[in-house]
Design a protein around this ligand. Structure first.
Ligand code: OFO
Length: 169
């Protein structure tokens, strides 16, 4: 496997793993602060990121590359308010999107068209996840400090997230 691409895919494995731990920390914070719906949402996000990581690990191995299982960063896990947590969520997704765009750019540079093709799945996934993070943050900005609004947000978060529809045509 092209070593430039192999290194970038290993970096991406690390970013997905870090995102998984970051969302696990967010789930735990939400759980501890009485937001059980939000906790469930982030437990599920954490699992998803783990799957994204594993999909990359399998792909690199299938292509005869060398996978380096990374050491994980300690995630930020302390928030003063829900809005901070969701700002952090969007920031994390934007960061991952930028890294994926960089992999895509290098795939074309290195003429690694198979990897480019494989990475399209991540491009679509990021589009959806960023849209979800933006929608949730927008809703929280509307709610502000209204306690009943926050109660309903916690109750309905999975329905709100499921209603986010990205038109890819
Ligand atoms: Fe891995 O999907 Fe977002 O970050």
């Amino acid at each position: 496997m092209n070593t430039v691409i192999e290194n970038l895919l290993n970096d991406q494995i690390k970013y997905e793993a870090n995102a998984s731990m970051h969302y696990l920390a967010m789930a735990s914070w939400s759980d501890a602060n009485g937001y059980n719906g939000i906790a469930d949402f982030f437990y599920a996000q954490s699992e998803e990121e783990r799957l994204h990581m594993t999909k990359l690990v399998k792909f690199v191995n299938e292509r005869g590359g060398n996978v380096v299982i990374p050491q994980l960063e300690k995630p930020h896990a302390d928030y003063n308010a829900l809005i901070e947590l969701f700002e952090d969520f969007l920031k994390s997704e934007i960061f991952v999107t930028e890294q994926i765009n960089h992999v895509i750019f290098e795939c074309l540079n290195q003429k690694e068209y198979n990897v480019h093709n494989f990475m399209q799945w991540y491009v679509t996934e990021q589009l959806e996840e960023e849209a979800t993070a933006r929608t949730l943050l927008d809703k929280l900005n509307i709610i502000g400090n209204d306690k009943s609004g926050l109660y309903m947000f916690d109750r309905d978060i999975n329905t709100i997230a499921a209603s986010v529809d990205v038109d890819l045509k």
